[in-house]
Structures are given as C-alpha cells and as structure tokens.
Design a protein around this ligand. Structure first.
Ligand code: EPU
Length: 427
C-alpha cells in the first residue's frame, strides 16, 4: 500500500502549473462516443479517473491513440458495445456519463450504478427524470441501470435541485435528439460550459451553458474535433489554499482567474494577498490566517470540492469559523482525521464549527475521499514534523503528479510503500 510521507512546516514558494480539469475531462471523454469521426482531446490531466475512462472507452470498442502525455486521439466509429460493467466503471461517479452518451449514440445503454466519493446518499433520480422526459425507458435490472428509447425527442426538463451530473447527462442524451430540449435550473459550473463548447465544436447546437437555462437543439450528426480542456478550478484552488496555509508565496499558472473568484474572495477574507494575472494568480500569506464563515453552494458559489481544504486552513485561524456544507449531506468525514492532528472542530449536521488552534501537529492520517485527501496533504505540510497520509488512491484519482508539483514548491513530500516507512525500518 502506498502512502505519502510529509515533513511539514515549510512555506510553499515558487510557481506551479495547473493541469486540465478532471470534472470536464470525465464528461468530455464519454461525450466522444457521440461523434461520427475521430476526436483529439488535449490538456487531459494524467490522473487515474482519466485512465479508467479511456480503458472503458476502449472496452466499448473505441480506438485510442496516445499522442503525448496529455493528448489522445479517440476514434469512436467501432464502439459497438453499450454495456459498462462494474469492473469497467471501477466505482467512478463519472461512469454515469456513459448512460447519457450511449443513449445519445445508440438509443440504449446499460451502466453499473455510479460510485465515487462517499458523501452519503448520491442519487441519480434527476438524471433518470431527464432521460425519461426525452422518451427513454429506464429500469434498474440485475444491479445495472438500463436505459432504452425508440427515439429520443427534445423536451423541457426542470431539475429539482442544481445537479452537475444530471445537467451533463441530459445534455449528452439530448444533443442528437429530435427537436429542442430545455434544461431549467441547470448547473453553471465551468465544466458544464466546457462540455457545451466541446459538443458545439463537433457541430452541436447548445446555448445558455453557464446560465441556469440551457437550450439544446438536436442535430443529426456530430463531426470530429480537436479540443483542449480548461484548467482545473479545484486543483488551482487546492494549491492556492496550500500556499496560504503554509504561509507561502506561490504563483499558480495556467488558470482561468474568473473560475476562482469565490475562492479568491474567501482567501482574501482570511488575510491572503492575491494578485491576478491573465492566466495566473499569486497567493501570499504572512502571519496567522483570520477566521471567516463559508457556505458551499453550486457555481458561482464557493465550491463544495474546496470545503475540506479551506476548513484545514481555518483550523489554524485566529478565532472561530463556521463552514456550512450546502451541496452534500455527509462531507465532514475528514474532520475526525484533522482532529488527530490537533484541530478543534465540532460538526453539527451541515455545519462545522472550527475553533482555530495555533498549530496542527504531525500525525498518521487517511484520505477518506479525493478532496479530503488533498486537505490531509495540506495539513501535513502545515504541521511541523513527519506526517503520513494513507489511502492515497483517492488522491491519485484527481490530482496529477501531486508529489512532483509540491516538491517543486519546496515541500518535503514522498510517495512511499508501507515497507519503506521509517517506522517499518526501525522495527
Ligand atoms: N442530487 C440528487 N439527485 C440527482 C443528482 C444529484 O438528489 O439525481 C443531489 C446530490 O445528492 C447532491 C446535489 O444534488 O446533494 C448535487 O449533486 P451533483 O449531481 O451536482 O453532483 P455530481 O454530479 O455527482 C459533481 C462532481 C463532484 C462535485 C459535485 C458538486 C463530477 C464527476 N463530480 O458530482 O466532484 O462535488 O458535482 O459540484 O463532476 C470531486 O471532484 O471531488 C467531486 C466530488
């Protein structure tokens, strides 16, 4: 079992390059199935979620050619299978996007129920409601989600809650349906806009992505394209918080500052100095962070995927902060790990009351999910001395070359096997 070994207590200093956005990539890769011609996808992050999806595409019959570390060519013409098994999906949330993409391509899809990070119940009722409105029949049979349609027809769909996944899945199913589809109360995340731009670059007719109402006029064919994925908002935010939390000075390059507004606003409240450039932001922190309250919300609100990282920063702030989770039912499972490092956090339902302590103490901790794992790394970098982070496969799902990028900023972090651990050597 691999883990991260961190010798914390040093400020992060320097420049870091942000990779392509995981949550855009995991929507765009299945979307390639809708094309009648090969597509070239660039700026793909080198993360395990991307390799899992590429291997699923290949098992469905698509031909994948690696162009370089971050670009692939995908020829979907021979993708004749429509079943994504549990083994192929590997518990990923984004495997559900094969439902919309295969339904849009073949009028039929059978996909293992999506897994992903455990934040409590993660239903897909809004995805199913959307498919049904487009004329599909959806059933759960033998533990698989089965969706079929004679023909998909455009429809008006009002989402009962803002859902990234349902918005994406309905876009995928509707893009080649007959007539006009309107998604109301749609999610507005940057990756929704990126998916719409990708589909439009193949000849789709999608308007309004990035607003609460998306209009999709179905087209018969989608042609090949060459498309570069946007920078990862959450990876950028994670390095911004890591810079502030270690009292560092980091320029985060290859970002879209507009996607980072809510994160910038909150970091400024904690006392960080932020400079914005065209495609970079510089984050500098001197002294102890100030307290602040945060509520996570769908975009353009403060992203839930930054909640564990910013809570970790606030755990050493002067004063008491309240962090309220407005998207997921159970996204405070990491708090137990943070308290092992001396944080003083009381969780009451959807809110965490964080009483700032002076310092975190090094400890062995676990990554309970992807962003929680990133938060544990930040905590390890903050605490003077040696910490370890276990269960790092969660982190590898979404952060490209994290040890290399952090080492480039002066961090002392290594990926080790259990038998390399200093305690094992002593024994
Ligand atoms: N919801 C329903 N019914 C549905 C769909 C969603 O009740 O049919 C609820 C969920 O239970 C949740 C809320 O609506 O309370 C929002 O869920 P959403 O569908 O927006 O989440 P998702 O599509 O499953 C994506 C990201 C998550 C991110 C959320 C919110 C991907 C692959 N995942 O999940 O990212 O937290 O949107 O922004 O895009 C991460 O990257 O670490 C991650 C977990």
């Amino acid at each position: 079992m691999e883990k991260f070994l961190i010798n914390g207590g040093k400020p992060l200093i320097g420049r870091v390059h942000i990779s392509g956005a995981k949550n855009a990539a995991v929507a765009i890769l299945p979307a390639v199935l809708l094309s009648d011609e090969p597509c070239i996808i660039e700026n793909l992050p080198q993360i395990s979620d991307v390799s899992t999806l590429l291997s699923s595409l290949s098992k469905l019959g698509a031909e994948i050619k690696t162009i370089n570390k971050t670009s692939v060519s995908i020829d979907p013409r021979r993708a004749s299978y429509f079943v994504v098994t549990k083994e192929m999906a590997q518990g990923m949330r984004a495997s559900s996007y094969f439902l919309g993409a295969l339904l849009g391509r073949n009028n039929k899809a059978r996909v293992a129920p999506p897994g992903g990070c455990d934040f409590g119940v993660r239903p897909i009722d809004q995805h199913i409601k959307g498919f049904e409105a487009l004329g599909a029949y959806v059933a759960i049979e033998n533990g698989m989600v089965d969706a079929r349609a004679k023909e998909l027809r455009g429809s008006s769909i009002y989402l009962d809650m803002v859902s990234v996944g349902a918005t994406i899945n309905i876009m995928l199913a509707a893009v080649k349906a007959k007539g006009l589809t309107i998604i109301e109360n749609a999610a507005r995340e940057p990756h929704i806009v990126d998916l719409a731009n990708f589909l439009n670059s193949m000849g789709a007719d999608i308007m309004g992505a990035g607003t609460g109402v998306i209009k999709i006029r179905g087209v018969e064919h989608l042609h090949g394209t060459q498309y570069s994925i946007i920078p990862d908002q959450i990876e950028a935010g994670t390095y911004m918080v890591a810079a502030a939390a270690t009292g560092g000075d980091v320029t985060i390059e290859n970002v879209t500052p507009k996607h980072l507004e809510s994160i910038i606003a909150k970091l400024v409240e904690t006392g960080a100095e932020i400079e914005e450039f065209d495609e970079a932001v510089r984050v500098k922190m001197t002294g102890r962070p100030r307290r602040c309250n945060i509520k996570t919300m769908p975009h353009p609100g403060f992203p839930t995927d930054m909640q564990p990282q910013i809570a970790t920063l606030l755990s050493v702030a002067e004063g008491t902060s309240i962090v309220t989770e407005g998207v997921w039912e159970g996204r405070f499972r990491y708090v137990e790990q943070l308290t092992l490092m001396g944080a003083d956090i009381q969780v009451d339902g959807k809110s965490a009351v964080i009483t700032g302590v002076k310092n975190l103490k090094p400890a062995p901790v676990r990554a309970v999910d992807l962003r929680a794992g990133a938060a544990m790394i930040i905590a390890g970098l903050m605490a003077e001395g040696q910490s370890t982070v276990e269960d790092i496969s969660h982190i590898d799902r979404g952060y490209e070359l994290i040890t290399e990028k952090l080492s480039g900023l002066g961090a002392d972090i290594k990926r080790i096997n259990d038998y390399d651990a200093p305690s094992a050597k002593l024994a």
